[in-house]
Design a protein around this ligand. Structure first.
Ligand code: FPP
Length: 224
């Protein structure tokens, strides 16, 4: 059976779920946060070491100001009310992406990362204001500045995901089949699962089903 260390998720479909069931996109984001909590529980149960969640892309700034504010308020509230619980569960929180939010949110994110830095059970990489192309370009710029040869190893070492193994599984919910500028380098050999359900409807049993399928795949990484 295939080993599993890292699952990455594009949590798509909050807006559609919210409009369909509550007549409000923001209600979908709120419900999406409940799914995040359920999936964290299952990740711990499955002894997964890294869970990367795409919460806000560099392209998401194109959304209406009100929706962006709602998402960041939700995140602030989550950090304020849940960080101690995550810490007690030995969970480490790491932000990937550019932290250029309000002073309050930047502070909360830095504090959450600092508080949980030494935790070892599960590392949650929260992708916020994240874009994979920008991440790769930044890594190349660093190599150029430090006069380092451009090769796979050096580039990998200069990504924000350095020290994190590549995801074996990448899941996208919401019945859309694209990567949306998420972990383009790191997902080169990921097994990709496109899930029809919208993120707020995604359950622990759906996650388990994907893991079961993954474990049985013959992975040959270009060999036969
Ligand atoms: C994509 O659905 C989802 C997002 C852009 C935000 C993800 C946020 C959460 C799951 C909840 C908040 C999480 C934290 C950690 C605070 P969409 O809005 O693009 O859905 P649509 O495709 O139906 O419009």
């Amino acid at each position: 059976m295939n080993p599993l260390n890292h699952v990455a998720i594009i949590m798509d479909g909050n807006g559609r779920w919210g409009l369909k069931y509550k007549n409000s996109r923001n209600a979908g984001h709120r419900a999406g946060l409940n799914t995040v909590e359920k999936i964290i529980k299952e990740a711990i149960h499955q002894k997964i070491e890294y869970l990367t969640l795409y919460a806000f892309s560099t392209e998401n700034w194109k959304r209406p100001r009100k929706e962006i504010k709602y998402l960041f308020d939700l995140l602030e509230n989550f950090l304020i009310t849940k960080i101690d619980k995550l810490n007690d569960q030995n969970i480490k929180l790491k932000i990937i992406g550019i932290k250029n939010f309000s002073t309050k949110l930047n502070k909360l994110l830095n504090l959450a990362e600092k508080k949980t830095l030494k935790n070892t059970k599960l590392q949650i990489n929260l992708a916020l204001n994240y874009g994979s192309k920008a991440e790769i370009i930044n890594a190349l710029k660093k190599l150029k500045k430090n006069k380092k040869p451009i090769n796979e190893k050096n580039l990998t070492k200069n990504l924000q995901t350095k020290d994190i193994p590549d995801p074996e599984i990448l899941i996208r919910t919401g019945n859309t089949q694209r990567l949306s500028n998420f972990l383009l380098w790191q997902a080169a050999y990921s097994e990709i699962f496109f899930e029809k359900k919208l993120w707020p409807s995604f359950e622990r049993r759906d996650f388990k089903k994907i893991i079961r399928k993954y474990k049985l795949i013959k992975r040959n990484f270009g060999s036969i």
